[in-house]
Design a protein around this ligand. Sequence first.
Ligand code: AMP
Ligand code: MG
Length: 491
Amino acid sequence: MADYASSERLAPNIGSFANSYARLPAQFYASAVPTPAPEPRLIKFNHALARELGLTPPADDLAAIFAGNLVPAGAEPLAMAYAGHQFGGFVPQLGDGRAILLGEVIDTQGQRRDIQLKGAGRTPFSRRGDGCAALGPVLREYLISEAMHALGIPTTRALAAVTTGQQILREEGLVPGAVLTRVAASHVRVGTFQYFAARGDEASLRLLADYVINRCYPQAKAAERPYLALLQLVAASQAKLIAQWLLVGFIHGVMNTDNMAISGQTIDFGPCAFMDEYDPATVYSAIDYYGRYAYANQPRLANWNLARFAEAILPLLDDDQDTAIALGSEVIEGFQAQFADFWLEGARAKLGLFTAEDSDAALMNDLLDTMHKNQADFTLTFRHLNGDARSQFIDPTAFDAWAQSWQVRLSRETQSPAERAAKMQAVNPAFIPRNHRVEQALQAAIQHADYSLFEELLMVLAKPYRDQPESARYATPPELGERVLHTFCGT
Ligand code: AMP
Ligand code: MG
């Protein structure tokens, strides 16, 4: 147990906080103090990220600080207010029900970053929830968010994971409680804008937009219409993000508007997963009954979410509603093309193309079709396109036929095979957080407090583009009996 005796220990100095969200008016958040954990134990601390953030927490206090037992000096803990469309239905009040924003720090690059505890107890937005997080989902978020980062995809980060010493009740019974410390460029979501829009609070909407522009999109300030520029920048960052997801086979699983960060980072890793064999209809989330958030639906759903964002900020786009709608619609209607451009650029890199030809999208889609028909592993096919990718296909000659047209296309480029191979290795990962490996690591931790698989997986995933022959088992798809086809939010 932490020692609460001295005031010094009550507020350890771990770095300098620079809280700006706490300076916004009262309706933006509710103060929320973390609930102390009975017996905090450190599972993992991300030292490299801590250095990047300029945080120097005393080693002895890590468990207590990142369980929420010791609130660092300068932190002003709060729960953010937000609303959101969940599976298409609007909920006017959600808010941080099991997350507490400790505050913000300025990192070594001069960037403002949020430090948030997830699972540190109830807040005024908890509704019927317990404000707690289960160990499984905490480890899953730690693994997958750090893997996303290593893959080069914008994402929130994981700074720490602790167990609380408390058992919490979930569908599967009593499970260990845990707290994840998450770091984000900002936790403002589409749903944060919707919260004020739903209340007709235009003044707060404007304040929020100004806040986000200052923090994430300062370039919008110079635009003739800064709020329209904000919408355009958010659309562009989402178009790029979703393209990056698709190009590594990532399925977010719960793209509700409250789970879409305005910053363009991947956020809220619930039932997310990476696909093994390529199938555009892949769904892992056990609660996504109708496949709303299936792999191939993600661009369309991001577009839908953006339309909700545009609707929310409509009064800021122009005083005249028709003009505002026309301006917003143009951005929303341009999204698919913008996404397609990012996707095609990424697809070309995956195919090792240095130049652009009109037929490249068809070449990529032909490969994907052939992969789908032949149950080819997404990651291994691209990683070994120059090698034995054909062995991924039920009918290897189907791959050969495609490879012939690929070779014809490559013959029109001047780069050497070595240059091409280097380009391809840098974008086609050898390692992704394969669902069965993630589950194995989680189960060992939950059932036996054995974190060795978690540590090992984390280490392999830190260098996804590097061949790591000693860890080859993490590169291969599951055997039939190992497949894990469903993932859960765990809330
Ligand atoms: P999520 O599914 O994580 O995006 O959460 C959706 C909403 O439910 C958010 O407002 C969360 O804060 C809230 N929520 C999820 N789990 C819990 C929990 N265990 N206790 C309180 N609120 C929760
Ligand atoms: Mg959420």
